[in-house]
Design a protein around this ligand. Structure first.
Ligand SMILES: C[S@@+](CC[C@H](N)C(=O)[O-])C[C@H]1O[C@@H](n2cnc3c(N)ncnc32)[C@H](O)[C@@H]1O
Length: 272
């Protein structure tokens, strides 16, 4: 079995090399799903399988799904799996999937009563695990869509997909093409934009009326929201922090924790 560039196993090269994967996945139009549950969810969501690479143990658990995939299924021993992937794949099963065409922001937001009432807007998150975890919060807490800034990390990167447990297949999302004018498009679609900031002088989220369409803006792990987005949003809102934490210098939540608290808060007043 070969993983030369023209081999189907080339899809699995350097799975821990972020830069290599970004260019390889863009060039070949693919993404990687890892683990039985995630692979099943990808297939159930309609994603097309290019190939599956798995160890014998997992071949048995996935037998029903793999039936009919013929020579697109590669069963290997643990050592070969590790040599191809470049790390021990604990969940023993990887699938290379066709990367779907992303809808536009307008398509995801849809018109009025047909589109989502609650969306998250992620500005420049860099960590793929955080992006995946935010999608999981969105799926679990009833947020209808996610909009990404042009530079936000990829929800279909292997780690995002894995951490999301497949929520990236369930929550529609789109990527803005224009950071500068991106918020204006969301506001023009009828959303009230709430900028989530740790700044404790902002309005506490639980005091903000949540009628109509609401878009929650979350900032990057390091710098938070850009001043442009903070100022352009309809309102800056915060999750109140404990004064004791603030006195210890803990002045913000991790972006995933903030997303979880805020998405739960959004359920108040959400249309049923
Ligand atoms: C790690 S924080 C960024 C911290 C950054 N120093 C700042 O001032 O925004 C990442 C994002 O999580 C959200 N966040 C974190 N703590 C928050 C809080 N207490 N209230 C509201 N949003 C919060 C914000 O959207 C923030 O941009």
């Amino acid at each position: 079995m070969s993983d030369a560039p023209d081999s189907p196993l080339a899809d699995y090269a350097g799975l821990r090399d972020v830069e290599l994967r970004k260019s390889l996945e863009a060039e070949h139009g693919l993404f990687i799903a890892e683990g039985e549950k995630v692979i099943r969810r990808a297939v159930a969501a309609g994603h097309r399988v290019r190939s599956v690479l798995l160890t014998r143990r997992w071949a048995a658990s996935l037998a029903d799904l793999l039936d009919g995939f013929g020579d697109r299924v590669h069963v290997v021993d643990d050592a070969t799996m590790e040599a191809i992937a470049g790390f021990p794949v604990h969940r023993g099963a990887l699938a290379a999937m066709e990367r779907p065409r992303l809808p536009s922001v307008a398509e995801v937001l849809g018109g009025g009563s047909f589109g989502p009432a609650r969306v998250l807007v992620l500005e420049d998150l860099v960590d793929h695990g955080n992006v995946g975890a935010v999608f999981r919060c969105a799926a679990a807490l009833g947020v209808g869509a996610v909009i990404l800034s042009p530079r936000c990390a990829d929800p279909l990167y292997r780690r995002s997909v894995k951490v999301s447990m497949g929520a990236v297949f369930a929550v529609p999302y789109a990527r803005m093409t224009d950071w500068y004018g991106g918020l204006a498009e969301i506001r023009a679609a009828g959303f009230r934009t709430l900028a989530l900031t740790p700044d404790q002088s902002a309005t506490p989220l639980d005091r903000v009326p949540l009628t109509g369409r609401v878009a929650l803006l979350l900032g990057s792990e390091g710098d938070g929201l850009s001043s442009r987005w903070l100022h352009e949003a309809d309102e800056a809102v915060c999750i109140p922090m404990s004064p004791a934490a603030m006195s210890l210098g803990v002045d913000s939540l991790n972006v995933v924790a903030a997303a979880a608290v805020a998405c739960h808060g959004l359920m108040r007043g959400a249309p049923v």
